[in-house]
Design a protein around this ligand. Structure first.
Ligand SMILES: Cc1ncc(COP(=O)(O)O)c(C=O)c1O
Length: 498
């Protein structure tokens, strides 16, 4: 089954332009060519096609790192042929991963004794880390219920409706009911009071997000910890917390060191973070860290010895590259606390420049908060003529990739645009983006609204009576909203916002 759609289903061939210096015939698009072609031709054909991809540096949709120092690029290329799982053969790489786990566990205030090793693993990203952490909670809960002689076939997990799609995947793939706290207009994160109300004896954990994907806001983990402690006291349960710090895990320790969200809170048993987001490494690295050995059931760890010595593994995949682990270690020692702090502060400053520029236009409501992930989420004050989706579409013409999406239940009627500020997004670019957004708004102001254009079409058939026209305006508006909502929902189904 092919999950992604190809641009052209009609043309069965891949044509080449400059590669015609080396090959004169087209290549089949979906079957393996019979003959080999020169390496230069293969390079040219692929390189030419890739030119049509967006520019990663202008991809403001993504939290994922798009720039690293050339010295690190060199380390990455030098280790691109090492399979991480061959630990006996590449013991130094394994040692670097272990150092990363320990550094990150200390950053998250894991209660480690002197010389005690942290418990954690490197993963492909936060999604894999979340699957592993979720599995650990599920297994611990099952063991507890079995020991009590109680049913253990209906586990659930409590989250906000703002969770990233990986939590929905976890729930579906590993058969755990996802109990989502609904959002409401103006409040786009999990309400800890409501979350704790939803906890029952079958709840494997409550997942809180440090840096909501939708608007960057940090959820109140401290309050959640307090409320859950009270509930545990009265019920005799021991429901605990996982923190999805995919984005916030490499932000909070540096610019909000006083904020208690991590292992300082007793009920926080595991945390995930994406090394490839504000950990400042290219795509392909995440981390899952547990509070202690007791929080990771031993039976989930596999021991293999056919690659040399005994190797414990707790990952979903077996083979993976070593480059990203090495690159993470590079960033941790190269930047240190000082470097991460400077970069995160700079990102916050640039987010502020962008936010103030947007506010000056008087056309947007800002939906993101000042404290949180450095991003600006905003929606049009008036989207009756033109929508956020049209702003997003027109910005593409300037090269900017700014996603527009609708909020989850019960705030689906709110649409936002989101700009993620990464290290490589400078103040100059922020100012340029504001100026391009202003141009887009002017252009939209001069365009007939989609509603009216549609209406003009329907008037011809529907007649021009006032009541018919009014009804048609409403119908057309509804139709447009429904179309965009479906478009956004389809995108969420396939990719989601990352
Ligand atoms: C809050 C949150 N959790 C999890 C993920 C998934 O992370 P990854 O892309 O590292 O798998 C994301 C991605 O944006 C996210 O924002």
């Amino acid at each position: 089954m092919v999950l992604s759609k190809t641009t052209s289903q009609l043309d069965e061939s891949v044509h080449s332009t400059f590669a015609s210096r080396y090959v004169r015939h087209s290549l089949p698009r979906f079957t393996m060519p019979e003959n080999s072609i020169p390496k230069e031709a293969a390079f040219q054909i692929i390189n030419d096609e890739l030119m049509l991809d967006g520019n990663p540096r202008l991809n403001l949709a993504s939290f994922v790192t798009t720039w690293m120092e050339p010295e690190c690029d060199k380390l990455i290329m030098d280790s691109i042929n090492k399979n991480y799982v061959d630990m006996d053969e590449y013991p130094v790489t394994t040692e670097l991963q272990n150092r990363c786990v320990n550094i990150i566990a200390h950053l998250f205030n894991a209660p480690l004794g002197d010389g005690e090793a942290a418990v954690g693993v490197g993963t492909v990203g936060s999604s894999e880390a979340i699957m592993l952490a979720g599995l650990a909670f599920k297994r611990k809960w099952q063991n507890k219920m079995k020991a009590k002689g109680k049913p253990y076939d209906k586990p659930n997990i409590v989250t906000g409706a703002n969770v990233q799609v990986c939590w929905e995947k976890f729930a579906r793939y590993f058969e755990v009911e996802l109990k989502e706290v609904k959002l409401r207009e103006g409040y786009y994160v999990m309400d800890p009071e409501k979350a704790v109300e939803m906890v029952d004896e079958n709840t494997i954990c409550v997942a809180a997000i440090l840096g909501s994907t939708l608007n960057g806001e940090f959820e109140d983990v401290k309050r959640l910890n307090e409320l859950l402690t009270e509930k545990n006291k009265t019920t005799g349960w021991d429901t605990s917390i996982h923190v999805d710090a995919a984005s916030g895990g490499f932000i909070a320790p540096f610019i909000y060191p006083e904020l208690e969200w991590d292992f300082r809170l007793p009920l926080v048993k595991s945390i995930n973070v994406s090394g490839h987001k504000y950990g400042l490494v290219y795509a392909g690295i995440g981390w899952a860290i547990w509070r202690s050995k007791e929080d990771l059931p031993e039976e989930l760890i596999f021991h293999i010895n056919y690659l040399g010595t005994d190797q414990p593994t707790f990952t979903l995949n077996f083979s993976k590259g070593s480059s990203q682990v090495i690159a993470q270690y590079y960033q941790l020692i190269r930047l240190g606390h000082e470097g991460y702090k400077c970069i995160m502060e700079n990102c916050q400053e640039n987010a502020k420049v962008l936010k103030e520029g947007l506010e000056k236009t008087k056309r947007f409501n800002i939906v993101s908060k000042e404290n949180g992930v450095p991003l600006v989420a905003f929606s049009l004050k008036d989207n009756s003529s033109h929508t956020e989706f049209e702003v997003s579409e027109l910005l593409r013409r300037f090269g900017w990739i700014v996603p527009a999406y609708t909020m989850p239940p019960n705030a689906e009627h709110v649409t936002v645009l989101r700009v993620v500020i990464r290290e490589d997004f400078s103040r100059t670019l922020a100012e340029r983006l504001v100026s391009d957004i202003e141009k887009v708004l002017q252009e939209l102001d001069n365009l007939p609204s989609r509603v009216r254009m549609k209406l003009a079409g329907s008037e011809e058939t529907a007649g021009k009576h006032d009541d018919v026209v009014k009804k048609t305006i409403n119908d057309v508006q509804k139709e447009i909203t429904a179309t965009w909502r479906k478009f956004a929902a389809d995108r969420k189904k396939t990719k989601g916002v990352c």
